[in-house]
Design a protein around this ligand. Structure first.
Ligand SMILES: Nc1ncnc2c1ncn2[C@@H]1O[C@H](COP(=O)(O)OP(=O)(O)OP(=O)(O)O)[C@@H](O)[C@H]1O
Length: 315
């Protein structure tokens, strides 16, 4: 049973131009997506840069204006209440960002950074607040004396842990994690991901896990949507997406990561040959099975030869 539903969400940014600075077009950053979140489950949102992943996350939490669509939380339409301090939605949906360095106020000590959500949302006595901050630091594996330090005194992985501590301070149900490890060294990425899994299990947290990295999403998520130009081209359980991808864009995303590539070599080759044939026949476009059109451009292989035709934007 899902506790939150996103229905036909659209976020369009107007493009202004001309002498009168009128709206001449729109960027269809998010263009009609629907999702459901279940307790204790992680929902993965994958796609290449610019497809609308961050805009989706930010609009859910209320950092971006929604053009149309609705968010239903615990049976209530909260679309216009997302930033309302009094609403439980505002307390129970939190976000962590890729760049924890810039999302943590450099002029505040850790104690003050963690105090902020606690004071905004929980009514605690000073003693309870102090205890809560110590508990949060313990949960994210940071020492007690971190309280008095500033963000710059920590490593990238530690700063991301502090970002997580801040997000879990209000006992959230859903954490939107926007590329939470992509700015970290590879060695630290696994630690932070494992830690996120641990707290998910312990507190029954749900995640909206945003990433361009299908390997990371495979590790973290139960349900996955593949996003392309503001829309979902494919959604399904982790098993469906990795074992039996349907859309050519998903297949290409998967084939770009050999480690987790579930489609056999033969199929990978077939997809590539199919597109290459179109290119060699001097077609400028390739139409996939859903009628979507891609521009074809050449790409050079590591040996310097033309190895495949590439569908621009998709491949
Ligand atoms: N404030 C804005 N005004 C106009 N266009 C915007 C604005 N914010 C984002 N966009 C555009 O909306 C589209 C989606 O951007 P978004 O940042 O959501 O993509 P993304 O998938 O998260 O990319 P990345 O992985 O690089 O962060 C892009 O074309 C982007 O240029």
């Amino acid at each position: 049973m899902s506790f939150m539903q996103i229905n036909d969400l659209k976020v369009h940014y107007p493009i202004r131009g001309g002498f009168f600075n009128t709206v001449v077009d729109n960027v269809y950053a998010v263009d009609g997506i629907s999702m459901e979140f279940e307790r204790g489950k992680a929902y993965g949102l994958v796609g290449e840069s610019g497809c609308g992943k961050s805009t989706t996350g930010k609009s859910i939490i209320g950092l971006e204006k929604i053009s149309s669509g609705e968010i239903i939380y615990e049976g209530e339409n909260v679309t216009n209440k997302r930033r309302d301090r009094r609403s439980s939605y505002n307390r129970e949906i939190q976000m962590i960002f890729q760049d924890s360095h810039s999302s943590l106020n450099p002029r505040k000590r850790v104690k003050e950074i963690l105090q902020e959500p606690i004071r905004n949302f929980l009514s605690l006595t000073p003693a309870e607040e102090e205890k809560k901050i110590s508990e949060l630091l313990a949960i994210v594996g940071m020492p007690e004396d971190a309280k008095l330090k500033y963000p710059h005194e920590f490593s990238g992985g530690q700063k991301q842990r502090l970002g997580i501590a801040r997000a879990i301070a209000t006992n959230p149900k859903l954490i939107i994690a926007d590329e939470p490890v992509s700015a970290l060294d590879l060695s630290v990425q696994a630690q932070v991901l494992n830690f996120m899994k641990d707290i998910q299990n312990e507190y029954g947290l749900s995640y909206l896990f945003i990433s361009h990295d299908l390997g990371v999403v495979k590790h973290m998520c139960d349900h996955i949507s593949i996003m392309y130009r503001g829309r979902f081209v494919e959604s399904g359980s982790k098993e469906d997406i990795y074992k039996n991808p349907q859309h050519i864009y998903t297949k290409r995303l998967l084939s770009a990561i050999p480690d987790v590539n579930p489609i056999g070599r033969a199929e990978r080759k077939r997809t590539r040959i199919e597109v290459e044939k179109h290119y060699q026949a001097e077609h400028k476009h390739y139409f996939d099975e859903n009628g979507r059109v891609y521009d074809l451009v050449p790409v050079a292989g590591s040996n310097g030869h033309l190895v495949a035709a590439k569908a621009k934007g998709a491949f």
